[in-house]
Structure formats: C-alpha cells, structure tokens
Design a protein around this ligand. Structure first.
Ligand code: NAD
Length: 499
C-alpha cells in the first residue's frame, strides 16, 4: 500500500504550503485504498482566500472583453488537451468508469465554449432619444468574489457549470469542491493560471461544513452557487440569503421515467438501464423511478432484466460498465435500502448484493438492483437513494402516472417514453419538473440553455449556465444620459417625464 498523497488548496495561483489543523482521507473506491489526505481549511484560511480574491478582482473586472475572451479560449484549449488526465483523476477518486468521466469533462468543456462568447452575452441595450435628446442604455457588471460549492458526483462538470461564466463576467471565484474527490477540480483550476488568468481570480479551498459556513457568512462573498443534497441546499440558501448574498442552491432529485403502452419498449429498456445504472446511479439526473402504464410492465421488466444480466460492475479504470459507490458508508447506506425495500413488501427482481465484482476485494461495490411493485409510501420510492437501485411503479393510466410525478416533492428531471406526439406535448406542458426528456432519459440541457430543477431540487431563482448563469453572475445598470446641445434646459424640480 502506497503512502497517501497530500492534496491541498490553490490560493493566489499557488499550492498552499501551510500546515492544516484538520485533514480528511480520500479513497480509491474501486480498491478501498486511501490514496490521499486532504487539507481542510479553517475559517481564518477561508478569510485569507477571500481577501486575496477581493484584491485581485478590480483588475480583472476592468480587463477588456477582448483580453478576457483570449484567456477563455486558452483555457478551453488546455482543458480539451488534458481531458483524459482529468478523467483519470475522476475515476480514481469517484469511481465512475473512464468513458463516463470523460463524458462529464466534455459537458463541462461545453460551458467554457459558451463562455467564450462573453462579448456577445454581455451586450447591453441602447435606446436613442428615449426622451428628447436623452439616450438610455444598459450594461451588466461583475459582482466581486463569488463562491462555488460542489458535490462529489460530478467533480469536474458541476464546478464547470459556474466557473467559466463567473470568470468571463469579470468575477473572482473561490471553489470549495467535495472533500470526497477534490483532485479533478483542483487540476482544472490550475489550468486557468496556465491560460493567463491573473492570480487570485481562481482559488480552491478544500473543506467541510466549517469552510462552507465561512463562505456563506463572509461579507465579501457576494454570490454562492451550491450543488448538493436537498437539506444542505436549503441550509445554504437560507444562510447565504440571510447574510445578504445572491444564492442559487441546486438540491437532490427523484427522477421518474413514464413509459406509455405505445412506447418502443426496447428503446425504453435501454434508456432505463443507462439512466438507472450509469455512474452507479450517482447522478442527479439518474432515473430511479420507472412508472409503467399497464399492461406493459411485465414485458418491460423482462427486457430490463435481460440487459442488466450483461452489465459488469467493477474497477472503472479497467473497462467495466459500472463502477463502485463513492465511499464505504454510502455503499452500506444504499445496500440498507435494498433490505428496506424487501421488508416493505416490494418485489426484488435483481439483487445487486449478489453480484461478482471485477475489482479489488476492498472496493465499495454494489451491483445493479431492480425492484418491482414499489409503492409510493415505501422508503425506496420516497427517499433519494443515489445508488444503482431502480424501482418500478405500476399505474393504470397516463393521468395516474402524471399525478404520481407531480406529487413528488422533487422536480429535477423526468422523461416520457411514447410514440404519441400529442401525449408527449401534454406531458411537457403539465409536468412540474424543470428538465423534461421526450424519449430521452437524461435530459441535461446543453450549455446555452440553463440547468435546474423545480420544487425541492432548487432553492433560489436562477438555474445554472446559459443566460440565467450570465445574469446570476452580473448585476444590471441602466444609464439615462443627456449631452446638452447647445445649452442647458433650465431648472425643473418635477419628477422626470419622457417628453
Ligand atoms: P452533499 O450535500 O453531501 O455535499 C455537497 C457540498 O456540501 C460538498 O461540498 C460538501 O462538502 C458540503 N457539505 C456537506 N455537508 C455540509 C454541511 N452540513 N454544511 C455545509 N456544507 C456541507 O452532497 P453530495 O453527497 O456531495 O452530492 C450528492 C447530492 O447532490 C445528491 O443529493 C444529488 O442529487 C445532488 N446533486 C444535485 C444536482 C443538481 O443539479 N440538482 C447535481 C449534482 C448533485
């Protein structure tokens, strides 16, 4: 067993050289081996990082759009060139298979590409002669220091939902990645310096609740983008807004896939397996509840079962289909839900606890698991399990399926599988969910649209990236301007009116 590598903060463009009072272990989930020891930031250190960012911000905010865009293009090139290395870091700490890790880097890269268009995205409006000899125009300006706090499940993509846009808009960013798999985000943050970004505009502090609280309460942090579980998202939203910050806090999910009797059942079975078990179910857009409109449930379950039998679970760096769960504690928690499903009366069709795994004996593995006849009161339906457990709920009609989905407290993603365009249109209109797929199981919007759920899946108004991202990371200003020609117009104490 090799000695765990020290993983530390990135402050003012340099790796931190101090001594941490507290640290946290980082594991390779496929072997169970501790590979890293992560420095956790104290409140004081977070204060120092914010001060460094605040000092760097005015220079970057005043940097021309042309120069900022050059840095963004350079960053985009560097990330593209290093994407395999970053993917390997993700697999080594998160566990997801390499192709999946590469996919998430590519989706993050798309946001950098979107941000390269910042001169166009920040264009204001201009109204000549809004009043006689008066012009009115608008501009958007940066906020200052902004914090990004990210979850373990997309260690590269989720930080990238926010950072390129925040930087392009002229802000200074402090990232607090997940303490479970921080290395990919730190490696990406280091690329910004190489791309020519001034020191202090992109920093990383590693930590847990202490550093999150320090960011949420620091008066010089102007905005917080958070992604994680619903209880923490709600806490972050309430604490951040109480301290006067702009907050977007994306939370947990329970995503339903509604399959109508006229659907292509092979397509639906493929989609259910891909979206249920990809990344071991540790995706906020994973399908965890399959709602089958009778009479197709038996046939669909047989097709899903066949496909599940061909999946290989094991070490994600060695060409398996599905990797381990992120930690031993999380693996045990997900396995306890399998136990709960059985005792609550659901039919266990495929038991992932019985699988043979293609990985180390100490790996945090659990195979794909399928339940049928799941009831809406069971914990396997109510809770976000965040593991490779797919529940089938049988309903008698489209209306019953829609009512089930709309009654759920989460509203992140959903999908309908059907060959009936009218039914799909009705669904996309009526479903109370932020992201909807039509014969597409994981409808993650492209970077120039915005990503975000409804209800308990998002606290705050702004979704991530797209124009909502640009608006979140800037504040608007409107100028009303008159250049006198040739002389002044005299004193008038009345309220300005347009004439
Ligand atoms: P988490 O809520 O445990 O952690 C998220 C972040 O919050 C991490 O940086 C963590 O260090 C920090 N944190 C943890 N406990 C905290 C506390 N008590 N106080 C302050 N900060 C705290 O989430 P996770 O387990 O890392 O990620 C999985 C969750 O994220 C799932 O619920 C998933 O649905 C959700 N998620 C949502 C989206 C989305 O777009 N809605 C995307 C990805 C993940």
């Amino acid at each position: 067993m090799s000695t765990p590598t020290r993983i530390t903060h990135l402050i003012g463009g340099q790796s931190w050289t101090g001594t941490a009072e507290r640290t946290s272990p980082v594991f390779n989930p496929a072997t169970g081996e501790q590979t890293g020891v992560l420095d956790l930031a104290s409140t004081e250190l977070v204060g120092e990082v914010v001060a460094t960012a605040k000092a760097a911000w005015p220079g970057w905010a005043d940097t021309s759009l042309a120069r900022r865009t050059q840095v963004l293009f350079a960053f985009r090139q560097l990330l593209d060139a290093r994407k395999e290395e970053i993917a390997a870091l993700i697999t080594a700490e998160h566990g997801k298979v390499l192709s999946d890790a590469l996919g998430e880097v590519t989706r993050g890269l798309e946001v950098a590409e979107f941000a390269c268009g910042i001169p166009h995205l920040l264009r204001g409006g201009f109204s000549e002669n809004a009043s006689t000899n008066v012009d009115v125009y608008s501009m958007r300006q940066s906020l200052g220091v902004v914090a990004v706090i990210s979850p373990f499940n997309f260690p590269a993509m989720v930080p990238m939902w926010f950072i390129p846009i925040a930087i392009a808009c002229g802000n200074a960013v402090v990232l607090k990645p997940s303490e479970k798999d921080p290395s990919a985000a730190i490696a990406i943050a280091a690329l910004w310096k190489e791309a020519g970004l001034p020191d202090g505009i992109m920093s990383v502090v590693n930590g847990d609740k202490e550093s999150v609280d320090a960011l949420l309460t620091h008066p010089d942090v102007k905005a917080v983008s958070f992604v994680g579980s619903t209880p923490i998202a709600q806490y972050v939203y309430e604490t951040g807004t109480t301290h006067g910050k702009r907050v977007q806090a994306l939370g947990g999910a329970k995503n339903h896939m509604l399959v109508l009797p006229d659907a292509d059942l092979d397509l639906a079975a493929d989609a259910a397996v891909n979206a249920g078990f990809g990344s071991a179910g540790e995706r906020c857009m994973a399908i965890s509840a399959l709602v089958a409109v009778e009479p197709i449930a038996d046939e669909l379950i047989e097709k899903i079962k066949d496909r599940m039998g061909k999946l290989r679970t094991g070490d994600g760096s060695k060409g398996c289909d599905m990797g381990p769960l992120v930690t031993k504690a999380h693996r045990d928690k997900v396995a306890s839900y399998v136990e709960a499903g059985v005792s609550e009366g659901a039919t266990l069709v495929v038991d992932g606890r019985d699988d043979d795994f293609d990985g180390g004996d100490g790996g945090f593995f659990l195979g794909p698991t399928l339940f049928d006849r799941v009831g809406r009161d069971m914990s396997i339906y109510r809770d976000e399990i965040f593991g490779p457990v797919l529940s089938v709920l049988r309903v008698r009609s489209y209306d019953e399926g829609l009512e089930l989905i709309n009654s759920n407290p989460y509203g992140n993603g959903t999908a309908i599988f059907t060959n009936d365009g009218g039914a799909a249109r009705r669904f996309q209109h009526s479903v109370e969910v932020g992201m909807v797929g039509v014969n597409v199981p994981i409808p993650v919007p492209v970077s120039y649209y915005s990503f975000g759920g409804w209800k308990n899946s998002l606290f705050g108004d702004a979704h991530a990236h797209g124009m909502e991202g640009v608006s979140f990371f800037t504040r608007g200003k409107v100028v009303t301007s008159r250049w006198l020609d040739p002389s002044h117009g005299g004193i008038n104490l009345g309220f300005p009116q347009n004439t």
